[in-house]
Design a protein around this ligand. Structure first.
Ligand code: DQA
Length: 148
């Protein structure tokens, strides 16, 4: 199967960005680990980080033509603002899991609302980089179940 991992704004700074909140792993380390996890099980993993909403939207549109089976997305601050990215995911109807490194419910009240959670297969938050690994595991399980 093909899995696309999308990361939104400021996540390119992981490793140095508020390490007390987001941990010390860089995004490259996180994605490399996911790629190893996917390829080790015979799957294919693609990834994009962007600070620009339109680039994430265009990547989601392209995913349909590429027959991407599943998306793992940390929309970062766009979680709380982007009807447009939500609509793009619904438009291509590719199932997705929403991931947040931090526990958004422990933080400012504006982080409690997500434009994605009610249309996601599932949501993982507060488990740091491990959350992406758990999301990939769940995505592969979901693909297995729906193929049968
Ligand atoms: C985040 C949580 C968001 O509220 C924040 O804007 C981010 C990262 C997380 O991974 O914890 O940039 O999505």
């Amino acid at each position: 199967a093909s899995i696309l991992v999308l990361n939104g704004p400021n996540l390119n700074l992981l490793g140095t960005r508020e390490p007390g909140v987001y941990g010390t792993a860089t995004l490259d380390q996180i994605v490399q680990q996911l790629r190893d996890q996917a390829t080790g099980q015979g799957h294919h993993l693609l990834s994009l980080q962007s600070n620009a909403e339109h680039e994430l939207i265009e990547r989601i549109h392209a995913a349909r033509d590429e027959a991407i089976d599943f998306i793992i997305i940390n929309p970062a601050a766009f979680t709380h603002t982007s009807v447009a990215i939500r609509d793009a995911l619904l438009a291509v109807s590719i199932p997705f899991i929403e991931v947040h490194l931090s526990n958004v419910y422990k933080r400012e009240p504006f982080r409690r609302h997500s434009y994605f959670s009610d249309v996601a297969v599932g949501v993982i938050c507060g488990l740091g980089a491990k959350g992406y690994q758990l999301a990939l595991d769940a995505a592969l399980h979901h693909i297995d179940q729906t193929e049968q």
